[in-house]
Every structure is written in C-alpha cells, then in structure tokens.
Design a protein around this ligand. Structure first.
Ligand code: ACM
Ligand code: ZN
Length: 480
C-alpha cells in the first residue's frame, strides 16, 4: 500500500504496511548517534511510535514530521520507517521590516510557520533607505530619527517603529526554541539613506536629507572614502555581533548606485591611494574591510550577489544569489566554481512580494538551480515590503509559496501534486494559527488573470521616482 500523501520528508520511507490506530501522546524518543545532526528516524508499528535522533534539533524535526503525519492520518497510521534529513543546511525566510514595520508578535507568528515546515534561518532586514529598525546604543539618532518616515509616496501617513535590543533578544530566544538561526542584515554601502539622514557626514555630499519617502535605487549611499564611515559601520556591527548569536551577519552590498563616488574628493583620494581602478573595486575594498572586521568577532559576512562583481572580493564572504540575469548568473557560477558558498534566492522565483500573477506557486515550486555545487548552502525566500503595509497582505503573499521554498530546502523530491495535497492537509493548522494564506484557487491564476495582476503590480509600483532610479542607473552605466 502506498501512502496517500507523503509528508515533507527527504530520504527513505520503507515498510509501508497496514494501518493501525495510534495515540499521539504515546511516542518513545531514543538516542541514536549514527544519525545526522538534523536527521531522525520514525518507526511506526502496532507496538507504538518510536523517534530516533542524535541531536535535539533532529528530534525537533522528527516531531514536525509526526505533526504532519497526524494531520494526514488523524485516526490510523500505516506501519512504516522514515529516515529523514535535509537536503541543505540553510532554509531561510527573509522579512523586510524597514519599508513597513511589523510588531514582535506578528514576527513570531511567521516564525511559528517556518518551524512547521522545517525552515531554520530567519534573515531579518533591519536597515534601509526608508527606515532604520534596530536600536544601536552608540548611535541613538538611528532610532529616534532614522526609524521615522514622514510619509510614503505622498500619502501623508507617518511610518515608524524599531526593535529595542531587548525585543530582539526575545525574537532570538523564540527562534532558538525552534532551532532557527536569526541572521541580521545591516545593508551597506547602498540602501543607507536612513543612516545618512541621522549622520550627514556619512554622505559624500554631507548634505542634510530625510529618511526616504519613496522607493527605488537611491544615490544616497555611504561615502567609503572617509574614516568616519568605517568607524560608524564597525561600531554598529560590533553591537549587532554582540546581540545576535548567529555565525553570520548579512552586510547587504546590493544596488549601490555609485554616482556620488565619481565626484567625491574623499572617495577619489581613497581610490588613488589604494590603486583602485573603478567604483566597483572601491565597493569591493569596503565590503572586504567590513567582512574582515566582523571576522575578528568570529562572524562570516553574507552579501547580495550584485555587490560581488570583482574578483578581489573576499572568498570567505557568502554570496546570496538574487540577480539572475545571464551576466550575474554566469558571474555567480564562476564564484561558486571557485568555492564561494552560496544561498539561492532568485528574485523571479523566490521573491514573495511579487503577486501570484507574476510568480505563481507552481513557478516557485518548479524552480531549478542554474548551477550545482557542494558550495550551495541552501535556499531563501525574501519578502520585501515596499508595497506591503499590513501583516495580512504579507501572509497572503508568503503562504503557501514559502512552503515551496521550504520543500526545496529540505527535500530532494520534485513532486508538485504531492506538495499540493499536503498543502490542503495544512489548511486546518494554518486556520488555527490565524494565518491569512492565499487559497489554492488564487495561487496559479489563469492567463488573463495573470496579466491583470502583472499590470496592476507595475502600475502601482512604477512612479516618477522609480523612473528616476532607472535614469540615474543609466547615467552611471554610460558615464564617460
Ligand atoms: C535586493 O533585492 N535588492 C537584494
Ligand atoms: Zn565619498
């Protein structure tokens, strides 16, 4: 007899036998040191249910599979043996708390769902142009001023909020109980407007600016020719490293529009003194120096792949692959071949902020990696919140697509129909947690609806500021 629905497991399921009634609270847990760190065995028989594990986190994942099995088989369970462990060590979800702010309890709810599908990394995007969201004791203006945006795209409504270090500890503890690592991101040298609005000497022009009130790629990036910028970034990261127990710190590196560097005397002097030929080499030197600083604290830096365009980028920096056009993919592939560790987050498939017309569930589930290597650490789905102002909308967009990414991270199976059947089984569980997931009838829209959703996304997102971003990018790329 085959199992009607196989739970989210990776490796073997054997001895599928007769169904027998069970008691969900009659489970024996035993230690088996031959198992993998995150692995477990479940043996079900008429005598009872046994879970074997080597490490507590393996036991935890065994419990998660049992939860799924009990949802699938509420009364009788088949005799079987499951030996399971994940395909990849990094299975992440990134939430952008900057463009819109989410409370501690709203964040905890999402973490609960991550644990349900065996995800183990919560990447927390805590600084950006539109708001600084983490308390830094040495630079109090970051939160007294930098967390406050007067309005968004002319709507006249203030957006504010930040997490105190105590609240962050609460989230870290909540995650630790669920074997989830919290990786903080302090984005630099781009996406730095909120920091520059508090400390104008961080800007090449030293002008007084506001926290950004619109979106796009903005030119207010950090001046990396000035000692103060290094001092500031290292001080901030020192507090971040002390606060977060994770071995990893994300230092951004994405979408840094380096126009100001071309005319800034300090940036130009730094390029000259260090014999750096291009702004990209200057950016690389900056990211390497920051990575070296946090390495002294025992941490490894992660960086978005568009910030890793020069060969001189430190090989210990972990690349997060999001830009998936031909040129970036071939560059990423060559870095992976050289041994750079990588997290896979292609924006056309794994960015959960795009609506289901742009990225249907099936497109996310069926994504195939463009390269294969033992250096791939795993997968991560980011949700950016420029156009997501409520947790209800965030949940609608995140679920069920996050489950498709979780499945890729955990399992080597590629079985969309089984995946869909399991989603249906999760429905009651998600309802009991009060999650505003998208119904299955809306996650793979038909042709016309897809176009309608695509057009409505772009009509809403594209405004004169986005067009200006493209104009500035064009000016930078086509400079003499
Ligand atoms: C990114 O989407 N800017 C990493
Ligand atoms: Zn400068």
């Amino acid at each position: 007899m085959a199992l009607a629905i196989i739970p989210q497991v990776n490796h073997s399921i054997v001895n599928e036998g007769k169904l027998f009634p069970y008691h969900a609270n009659n489970i024996i847990y035993t230690y088996n040191n031959s198992l993998e760190e995150e692995g477990y065995k479940i043996i079900t028989s008429k005598e009872g249910i046994v879970v074997e594990y080597a490490k507590e986190r393996g036991k935890f994942y065994g419990q998660k599979t049992l939860e799924q099995l009990f949802l699938i088989y509420p009364h009788e369970i088949p005799e079987m043996t499951i030996h399971d462990y994940p395909q990849y060590p990094h299975r992440g979800f990134m939430i952008d708390s900057c463009r819109h702010f989410f409370s501690i309890s709203e964040i905890k709810k999402q973490i609960e769902i991550m644990a349900l599908v065996k995800m183990n990394v919560f990447h927390w995007h805590l600084s950006d142009d539109q708001g600084w969201r983490i308390e830094i004791k040495k630079y109090p203006k970051l939160t007294t001023q930098g967390s406050l945006r007067k309005q968004t795209r002319g709507d006249g409504k203030e957006v504010s909020g930040y997490y105190t270090q105590e609240q962050i500890k609460e989230i870290i503890e909540f995650c630790q109980e669920r074997y989830i690592d919290v990786i903080p991101e302090i984005d630099m040298p781009g996406h730095f407007t909120a920091a520059c609005s508090c400390y104008p000497e961080l800007l090449c022009t030293k002008e007084k600016i506001d926290v950004a009130e619109h979106f796009g790629i903005l030119p207010n990036i950090a001046c990396v020719g000035r000692d103060f910028t290094y001092q500031f970034c290292c001080d901030v990261l020192d507090e971040v490293c002390d606060l977060f127990p994770s071995r990893y710190v994300h230092i951004g590196g994405d979408e840094a529009l380096k126009l100001n560097w071309l005319t800034c005397p300090d940036c130009q002097a730094k390029m000259k003194s260090e014999n750096l030929k291009t702004p990209e080499e200057l950016e690389t030197a900056f990211l390497n120096e920051i990575a070296k600083h946090i390495a002294k604290k025992g941490k490894k830096a992660i960086c978005w792949n568009d910030g890793m365009s020069c060969e001189t980028i430190d090989s210990k920096i972990i690349m997060q692959y999001w830009k998936d056009d031909k040129q970036h993919t071939s560059l990423a592939k060559s870095l992976v071949e050289k041994g750079y560790q990588t997290i896979i987050s292609p924006f056309k498939h794994y960015y959960l902020d795009y609506n289901y017309g742009i990225t249907p569930l099936k497109k996310t589930y069926n994504y195939q990696f463009p390269f294969h290597s033992q250096h791939i650490l795993g997968v991560e789905a980011p949700i950016w919140t420029e156009y997501i102002s409520s947790i209800l909308r965030l949940e609608y967009l995140a679920y069920p697509r996050l489950f498709a990414v979780a499945e890729k991270g955990w399992s080597n199976r590629d079985d969309y129909d089984s995946f869909l059947a399991r989603l249906d089984v999760f429905k009651n569980k998600l309802d009991s947690l009060g999650i505003n997931y998208a119904p299955l009838s809306e996650v793979n829209p038909f042709f016309l609806k897809r176009w309608f959703l695509k057009l409505s996304f772009y009509f809403n997102a594209v405004d004169k500021n986005i067009i200006n971003s493209f104009r500035l990018l064009h000016k930078y790329k086509n400079r003499k």
